[in-house]
Design a protein. Structure first.
Length: 439
């Protein structure tokens, strides 16, 4: 793991609010689309994967949701290197353009009754484009944001990239709630579910304008001026930093899985399996999203003082220990109060996993290959463990007939992150001891 990132002096590294907004808006837009997709999974399943078994239609919808995540590693491998070779700003312009086009495609694609098998294939194609763009977006936004911040405030400033996660969930949940409350069932099923994706497509040009008018990362400008831009950042990342990439995957596993379980999966599970009214589910998840948005900067701020690894490791351990009893309580006493308890506890732990993450993993890598390396690590975690969480959770319920079964997957993800955080902490302790002994 890198110890030679060569940050610019703190006295001249003044955080730019425009850079924070420009970087964070992409994550917000992505999670807005994904949250809406989760809330309308039943509708989308019926529109594009018609079946006599409702659960089969939902599985088809969640499989489409998940398949976009398979493209995130490809986006990390292909797009993220642009951020290291040509600049963070150039990368973020490309990814936002792709995300806007994909959102528009989902909003306009005809359903199965209109064009047959071409409908789900086009829907999958647009989700693949979304996933591909997101694979480069996250790492580019993180490096842009962190590198605009003073070293002593990178936990706090970097956390605003993950605030976009909570804001996207909140905006998507509220938008879905308004559509469900304001439209008749017929209108919602026919065209109402498309409105949020159209809104997402309209936001993209605004985001592009904001990004066009923000300065490039100071640290990238510094290495570019010195002629240190890498020719092969992907090869360099794997050749010299593969252990750190594995650490990013491990550390990011619990937070990404828990985030999608408590929002996208829960929005369907609470309605279909527990019988809680959709409007109340939307309200509860909205409140949990607000809590998450508030707490992410707090955990980022705290990480500047106590270290991000302590917070993320503690959150992963707590999630591993608590998720089974929380789900068990919800299943045996289904209702708004117990649902609120489960998703709010999850929001606290997810925010603790997310807040310190950008600054922590950025410090693992040198500037020259930072965007590529963190993109590869985080997007593999998101693809393998996060994006498939709603599908796996739904499939486990169907395969076992046991409503508690999704927690087994969640516990496994929590164990991975706990062990990864502990392993990295021990490695860093040994490195520090060695440095003292030779110093």
């Amino acid at each position: 793991m890198s110890t030679h990132s060569r940050p610019i002096p703190e006295s001249i590294a003044i955080p730019d609010r425009r850079a924070i907004v420009a970087a964070g808006i992409g994550n917000c837009l992505e999670l807005f689309d994904l949250t809406v997709f989760g809330f309308f999974a039943v509708v989308i399943g019926n529109q594009f994967f018609p079946s006599t078994d409702p659960l089969t239609s939902i599985l088809g919808s969640f499989a489409t949701f998940a398949i976009g995540f398979l493209m995130r590693p490809a986006g990390a491998l292909i797009l993220a290197s642009i951020g290291d070779r040509h600049g963070r700003k150039a990368l973020l312009t490309i990814t936002m353009s792709l995300m806007g086009c994909a959102s528009l495609g989902i909003a306009l694609v005809p359903n199965y009754a209109q064009i047959g098998i071409a409908a789900p294939l086009l829907l999958i194609l647009f989700r693949l484009v979304q996933g591909f763009a997101a694979g480069g977006e996250w790492g580019g936004a993180v490096t842009m944001m962190v590198e605009h911040a003073p070293p002593s405030r990178r936990g706090f400033i970097g956390s605003f990239q993950q605030v976009g996660f909570g804001l996207g969930i909140l905006a998507g949940t509220l938008c879905a709630a308004l559509i469900n409350l304001g439209l008749t069932d017929a209108a919602r099923l026919s065209w109402g579910w498309r409105l949020p994706f159209l809104l997402g497509a309209l936001v993209a040009p605004v985001a592009l304008y904001i990004r066009k008018n923000v300065d490039e990362s100071p640290e990238f400008k510094q290495i570019a001026a010195a002629g240190h831009r890498p020719r092969t950042p992907v090869r360099d990342a794997f050749a010299h930093h593969w252990r750190a990439i594995l650490a990013v995957i491990g550390i990011g596993t619990a937070g990404t899985a828990a985030g999608y379980i408590s929002s996208q999966f829960m929005s369907s599970f609470a309605v279909k399996s527990l019988g809680i009214p959709l409007g109340r589910v939307s309200l509860v998840i909205s409140l949990a999203s607000v809590l998450q948005v508030i707490l992410i900067p707090f955990w980022g701020w705290l990480s500047d003082r106590v270290g991000g690894l302590v917070i993320i490791g503690g959150a992963a351990l707590a999630y591993t220990l608590l998720i089974y009893p929380l789900f068990n309580m919800l299943i045996h006493s289904p209702g708004v109060a117990t649902l609120a308890g489960v998703v709010c506890v999850s929001a606290v732990l997810v925010s603790a996993s997310f807040g310190p993450l950008p600054a922590l993993i950025s410090a693992f890598f040198p500037i020259e290959i930072r965007t590529t390396a963190i993109s590869i690590g985080y997007n593999f975690a998101a693809a393998i463990f996060g994006g498939f969480a709603p599908f796996v959770g739904t499939w486990l319920v169907r395969a076992t007939g046991d409503l508690i079964a999704p927690t087994y997957y969640a516990i496994g993800c929590g164990i991975i992150s706990t062990v990864a955080a502990l392993t990295v902490a021990l490695y860093m302790k040994r490195q520090a001891s060695y440095a003292l002994s030779v110093g």
